[in-house]
Design a protein. Sequence first.
Length: 83
Amino acid sequence: MNNKLAACIHVQEVQSYYHWNRAVQSDTEKVLYIKTRSDLYDKVQSTIKSCHDYDLPEIIQLPITKGLPAYLQWIDKSCTHSE
């Protein structure tokens, strides 16, 4: 978070079941909800991939279609990363 790519990261532990290497796998994983600006997505993705130990980590972008305006402004102001 020190690189100012995210305003907030919410971490939740989950039990995941998935198909991998022709078998159903099960692992305890952590889901991260990273609140950031859409223009920082590529940098966030690159950062996650560089430190993740999975061959194929789940990295997806979900749009924010609505939100409390003051909260959305806080996200925008908090993400000040620049190259």
